[in-house]
Design a protein around this ligand. Sequence first.
Ligand code: ASP
Length: 325
Amino acid sequence: MKFFSLFFLILLAGVPAQAADAPAWSLVIHGGAGTILRENLDAETEAAYRAKLSEAMDAGAAILADGGSSLDAVEATIRVMEDSPLFNAGKGAVFTEAGANEMDSSIMDGRDLNAGAVAGIKTVRNPISAARAVMEKSPHVMMAREGAEKFAAAQGLVMEDPAYFRTERRWQGYLKAKEKRDADPDRKHGTVGCVAVDQAGNIAAGTSTGGMTLKMWGRIGDSPVIGAGTYANNKTCGVSATGHGEYFIRNVVAYDISALMEYAGLSLQEAAEKVVLGKLVAQQATGGIVALDAEGNIAMVFNTPGMYRGFRESNGEGQVAIFGE
Ligand code: ASP
């Protein structure tokens, strides 16, 4: 009897779908999907990726364990990966056709669907923080190029000379891509992303990227497009994507996963698989997503040989992985 009245009360109060056995908080990240094969990754490089993925999650997990917000956790986690030359985001971004580093990023708050994004920026050290500033300090959702940079500088964000983002490895990748006249000869997407749910049950998601090698001047990918590369809604899930951005925009990938949960009643895993392994594969679109819902379910789905990824939960569960099963 007691159980039933409690159940009824919970229903009345409209408590979010935080199941009784759901972890108090969880966090999931990616560092890009693509042709990442064990035989092509030497032990030292593999260890470096694993260590950096763990370090990034440490930053977010500490905030969540302390009762902090998922937004703070997502921003802190992504900043670690942006500062690392290993990933195609912030320092280590890939080069455009014209030989520049132009970055895109977005962040979304699942509580109220508030969102912020920046596109085509060249001088903000941490694009994810610029996206968050747009969300919280401007009346807009997306700002681009010099306007976004001026705004970020006015907010006190750390600015860098464009040369800061250059790494020799990406430069060599650019030269190789140019020679082969193939924007992505290695089929690797190094975008970074994070989705978190905090102890209050609020979901946030963020994504940050240098885009695709050899992208044309002014090309914007899916990462800063809300609904394509990033989406968060407490009612359904949070999603961050990586892959061939044009397809992710056309298929509104992140929102589609949320919509399949909301309107078709699919579970997080079912929705993610339907989009990434169904729709995208049918279009030969490569990439993957990480996602979680308020019940603590985590999905890491990709249609490429590998995806840098990991998750952490308050109950001590966690993983860092790179290759497919
Ligand atoms: N999705 C990104 C873009 O198209 C690239 C990536 O994920 O690596 O800009």
